[in-house]
Design a protein around this ligand. Sequence first.
Ligand SMILES: [Cu+2]
Length: 81
Amino acid sequence: MEIREFAFWPRDTVITAGTPVQWMNFDDAPHQIVLTGGRPGSSSPIEHGNEYAFTFNEPGQFTYRCGVHPTMLGVIVVQGP
Ligand SMILES: [Cu+2]
């Protein structure tokens, strides 16, 4: 997954439970993954050139936004293995 030009690419992602998701920040600005509803998986601010990975073990739909730029949105759909 890429964070680029103040957006998550792709915005919507479908993965299998137990598979790590990894975001790489290509922007000069820091970004932060914050899951809605206080669900686990949020990151610290991710600086330029750094990456963050998280493994979703439970199926479901997870929405997240950037903790620095709240208009940046993403959705991860986790399917059962
Ligand atoms: Cu951001």
